[in-house]
Ligand binder design. Structure first.
Ligand SMILES: Nc1ncnc2c1ncn2[C@@H]1O[C@H](COP(=O)(O)OP(=O)(O)O)[C@@H](O)[C@H]1O
Ligand SMILES: N[C@@H](CCC(=O)OP(=O)(O)O)C(=O)O
Length: 369
């Protein structure tokens, strides 16, 4: 088995075992498996939840005696994050493994320069044999700059780290045909080739009150990582040797094979960085050119512009039915796109009085869905 970079995301449900405390006994077991994975030559990135739970535990607060306001959650995270990293640090040190803490928000990934800085930092930790331990910087992240849940954060971390695999460990053995907490007859789905509307409709929210997002955010993560060429597995954090079995290529939980080949740097940022600002609607011919022939997108094939964006912003590229087929960096601001949509190349410079090579989205700046 070739040497791989594997991201292991540990949800609150796994780290607390459904209680109001960190389950240190199980955390030791997870670290034992992580150490084996490293011994086999793989690189490891950990995305850990549990800061809020650890804060609650430390301050002896239960769900009942503190209101779930943003300010209270931030306070719990500020207290809990330092407890959480202490626990990870002491457990990994048993195996002589150093850890490095990275607390991220979406704002750290939106700007291309900050994205590249975070990427360099992650690589530096990995190159020095240090295990990056990542969480959202909950104490300072307001709604506007938050990723919001650690499933999506782990997909972004996997892209940032150029990972081969992302393992989302939770309190269920994988994705079921319905939430198994309310549907005892629900069946485990072993492989999902494509995440479409029917798959998304199976995923419910977190009902335990501990986790954020439930299966829905895990599917979002699988979709983002899959598009970046990363294999994703959802599995039970309490299943025996789950991390080592995955690293040996054995089948565990629900597997999502990657939907594209690994992306080069710039395209990784298009996927992981900024949320799209607006939308370009294409005609059928342009959809074909972009999807089947890998062509750049010309204004000629654009029928409508939605939303406001500037030159250099990431936009959604949608088919005539409004379905997203790609994402890319637009070379013209929305106001100019509105003037040149549907025009031939030679008409563009004349209409605008300037031109950026008459391409709306260059194929190097475009990631297919
Ligand atoms: N189709 C489904 N298959 C499995 N679990 C589901 C499904 N829909 C909703 N869930 C819920 O998702 C929960 C796991 O998500 P969450 O509570 O956010 O955990 P974590 O803390 O691990 O992120 C499960 O406990 C389960 O109740
Ligand atoms: N960043 C938060 C966890 C957010 C989150 O997504 O939780 P989970 O659904 O349990 O992975 C914390 O450390 O408490």
């Amino acid at each position: 088995m070739s040497k791989q970079t594997i991201v292991v995301k540990l949800g609150t449900s796994v780290l607390t075992g459904g209680t109001s405390k960190l389950d240190r006994a199980h955390m030791i077991e997870l670290v034992r498996q992580c150490a084996l994975l490293r011994k086999a030559g793989h690189q490891l990135i950990v995305v850990t939840s549990g800061a809020i739970a650890a804060g609650r535990e430390h301050l002896s607060l239960t769900h009942g005696n503190i209101a779930p306001t943003i300010a209270n959650k931030q306070m719990l995270a500020a207290v809990g994050q330092s407890r959480l990293i202490q626990v990870w640090e002491s457990l990994f040190s048993i195996y002589d493994i150093h850890v490095g803490q990275m607390l991220l928000t979406r704002a750290d990934l939106e700007d291309r320069e900050r994205f590249l800085n975070a990427k360099d930092m992650l690589k530096a930790l990995l190159n020095h044999g240090i295990v990056p331990i990542i969480n959202e910087n909950d104490a300072v992240a307001t709604a506007e700059i938050k990723v919001g849940d650690n499933d999506n954060l782990s997909a972004l971390a996997a892209i940032l780290g150029g990972a081969d695999k992302l393992l989302l460990l939770t309190d269920q053995p994988g994705l079921f045909t319905a939430d198994p907490r309310n549907n005892p007859d629900a069946k485990l789905i072993e492989e999902v080739a494509e995440i479409d509307a029917s798959i998304r409709s199976l995923a419910g929210d977190s009902v335990s009150g501990l986790g954020t997002g439930g299966m829905a955010t895990k599917l979002q993560a699988a979709e983002i990582a899959g598009r970046a060429g990363i294999e994703v597995v959802i599995a039970a954090g309490h299943s025996e040797n789950v991390i080592t079995r995955l690293s040996e290529g054995k089948s565990v939980g629900t597997r999502f094979p990657p939907t594209s080949s690994p992306l080069e740097n710039r395209k990784q940022w298009i996927l992981a960085g900024p949320p799209p600002h607006g939308e370009l609607v294409l005609d059928e011919g342009a959809c074909k050119a972009v999807v089947e022939r890998g062509s750049s997108l010309l204004p000629k094939g654009i029928t409508a512009i939605n939303g406001e964006f500037n030159r250099g912003d990431v936009v959604r590229i949608v088919n005539p039915q409004g379905l997203e087929i790609a994402r890319g960096i637009c070379r013209y601001p929305a106001k100019d796109m509105n003037l040149i949509k549907g025009l031939h190349s030679e008409q563009i410079d004349k209409t605008l009085g300037y031109g950026y090579g008459s391409v709306a989205v260059h194929r190097d700046d475009l990631v297919l869905k």
